[in-house]
Design a protein around this ligand. Sequence first.
Ligand code: FAD
Length: 467
Amino acid sequence: MIVVIGSGVAGLSAALSLARARYDVKVITKSVTGGSTPIAKGGIAVPVGRDDSPEIHAHDTLKAGAGLCDEGAVRYFTHQAVKVYYQLQEMGFKFDPELWLEGGHSRRRIAHRTDETGAQLHRFLYHRAVEMDVRIVEAQLISLKASNGKVRGVVTDKGEIEAEKVVLATGGYNSAFKFATSKGNLGEGIASAFLAGAAVADMEFVQFHPTVTEDGFLMTEALRGEGAKLINDKGERFAFAYDQRGELAPRDVLARAVYTEYLKGNEVFLDLSDVRELDKRFPVVSDYLRKRGLGTRVKIVTAAHFTIGGVLTNVKGQTTLENLFAIGEAANTGLHGANRLASNSLLEGMVMGLNISDFIEDDWTGPKLKGNDLIEIEVKQAEGLDLDSVKEGNWRHLGVIREGKSLEEWLNVLKDRHGNAWSLVSYLATYSALMRRESRGSHYRSDYPQQDDSFRKRFVLVRKGSV
Ligand code: FAD
């Protein structure tokens, strides 16, 4: 039997792919409607426009990734994007006819289904999986069963399951930050894989979104493209003080601007009064505002949004541990490098999930380790810190703007306290952020504000004693 852990875009696509190829597959998920997929609003990047191509899409992705992408992986995903786009439609999913433009993309290539693409896709994949008689069970992954470098099953809160192969599709760890765009993504799959001996990589790269309400509702980037303005409680339109592009500056620049205002003690608002046809063009945003009785001036914060770091894999999803696959946000394929190009992550999950049946029987070559720094980490499974303390500490020390002394302080708190997933993944991320003495992509160090090409390498971490 093949066990898939997680029911987001990656897990459900994998379950469907395996069921269609007649494998015996079972999905275990903490919550069927949990994770980031059902709340993803934008869309999927697909280079299918008349003036577009997988090569141009690859070029934009490499540019965003700031020198750390795996070029082979990037080209694989941008070429597969076209296949997956048509495959989904053959399966019955309907995209809106218009392709949208998003920050960092040089062409219109974001395929939407209304302004809640993630929810629509999730519903579609879930119903298809149920139609194919895939068993989907709510239970929580506790650990992986592994021996002699091979995974043999999983331990859940509802018992143990023997499996020939395990596919981790448990998402990222952005919910381990005080402000986050999704709830319940605590890096549990990544921590279990690391504890079982799998390598993880790029843990320091966390993408922050600049415009999120305090209760975690994402005010989509497209609003700024349509005239929404950032103002502080003094009435200042401050974005231009940080970048000449103002509200249209890249996501990480604006996240730092909003965070700096927050550090100054200023409240920050998104002013929507100039957005045309808000109700018609942004029905989900309008609905949110209406339900909360909010007007066109909405208080916002910056929030942890997407975690690039994860279980090191090749594009097939093979990890360094035989029989363990990781896909979607839980995986680190090298597609995103140091910064994710918007809308490439639903794509990553879809491609890895839908293609998995082609690779499930392949020889185990695993991901490439060459050219990366391999670092052994000692794990002490003493009691972990409580979640609220970790969220607070990550926000303060591992947040939008990082600094060596503060990272060291936080690392010392987390040291020897690896007894739960969120403490362990935060330790690994803090460790990597401290080692990366430069600013690159989504990782910003105030004590090393420049990019330094002696750090043009990925940090790969493995548990001491596992290699
Ligand atoms: P998730 O969808 O996060 O699913 C993880 C699954 O794992 C869940 O089913 C969860 O229940 C399960 N799980 C977790 N831990 C355990 C455990 N211990 N045991 C059992 N099950 C577990 N990306 C885009 O490309 N385009 C967008 O427009 C976009 N918008 C976004 C908007 C928001 C608000 C957010 C938060 C993210 C957005 N993203 C977007 C990112 C994208 O949604 C995610 O990267 C993607 O959905 C991840 O899919 P996944 O299947 O890997 O993981």
